[in-house]
Design a protein around this ligand. Structure first.
Ligand code: BTN
Length: 265
């Protein structure tokens, strides 16, 4: 699928977003597209600058994990954003990215993903897309956010150590997909939702997330909060900042700002 390289000349003719992806930096190989995007951000690159890698040698995931980035098989993309917002509002951006990813996969590949809080996209309970947002902020203002998105598109298999946790669109849909088409749809959806959110339509973004997630309400979850702390209970929706509300056995409702759902039923 030589034509499906994520080269700017293949993307620009199909691009429907106005700002996201207007400037593209494409690497055949890079350490992490998030790191490359951060360098560009520090040099003053504009909002919407997009960094793409055909392969990452040090792809990073959330919570210090690595991200498998097989050459030419997935989408490894980082988008530079400069939202005019307070740092505490940035968590919602992660949900925006998850909804955009879920909508794009449905539109371009006809596969309906579930969103595991905060932003893992699942098919049959296995992860096909992850998002790593990294922010630089002063005390009161966001300087920029790098939203890194990894989608397992045309992977045919995963190493044994990932076991039952990972899947790809190809494995689930039993066909290969155009990464260019999926990426362009992702940028279009992302920009629409991002603009909605920046204009203050936060409730619409949160509702879109809830509509696409079986984790939003009534799911029994164990959340790893880090530093050896865990929390168990039933999910009870999102707070207005995008935190996950969990109802504990004693009836108290806790809001989780960051963490990892490690078990659910
Ligand atoms: C996760 O679910 O743990 C987040 C995975 C994020 C992976 C993407 S791939 C593009 C960008 N560059 C990285 O090094 N990580 C993100």
């Amino acid at each position: 699928m030589a034509q499906d390289l994520l080269l700017p000349e293949f993307i620009y003719p199909r691009l429907q977003s106005q700002r996201l992806g207007k400037t593209i930096h494409h690497f055949l190989e890079t350490g992490s597209t998030n790191d490359a995007a951060r360098q560009l951000a520090e040099q003053g690159a504009a909002e919407g600058t997009l960094v793409l890698g055909e392969e990452q040698t040090q792809g990073r995931g959330r919570l210090g994990r690595s991200w498998l980035s097989e050459r030419g098989a997935g989408i490894y993309a980082s988008i530079l954003l400069r939202p005019v917002l307070k740092p505490r509002d940035a968590a919602v951006l992660t949900l925006v990215a998850a909804v955009a990813g879920s909508e794009a996969i449905e539109q371009a590949c006809d596969l309906r993903t579930d969103i595991k809080w905060p932003n893992d996209l699942l098919l049959r309970g296995r992860k096909c897309c992850g998002i790593l947002s990294e922010m630089q902020a002063d005390r009161d203002d966001i300087r920029y956010v790098i939203v890194g998105i990894g989608i397992n598109v045309n992977h045919s298999a995963f190493p044994a150590e990932l076991g039952e946790c990972a899947t790809s669109l190809r494995i689930e849909g039993k066909q290969t997909y155009s990464r260019v088409a999926l990426l362009c749809e992702l940028l279009r959806r992302f920009e629409l939702l991002y603009d909605d959110w920046q204009r203050g339509s936060l409730a619409r973004v949160l509702q879109a997330w809830v509509d696409r997630s079986s984790f939003a309400f009534g799911k029994h979850v164990t959340v790893d909060l880090g530093r050896g702390k865990k929390l168990e209970g039933h999910t009870a929706g999102l707070s207005e900042l995008g935190n996950l509300k969990v109802k504990l056995a004693d009836g108290r409702v806790e809001e989780v700002l960051s963490g990892d759902i490690v078990a659910w039923r």
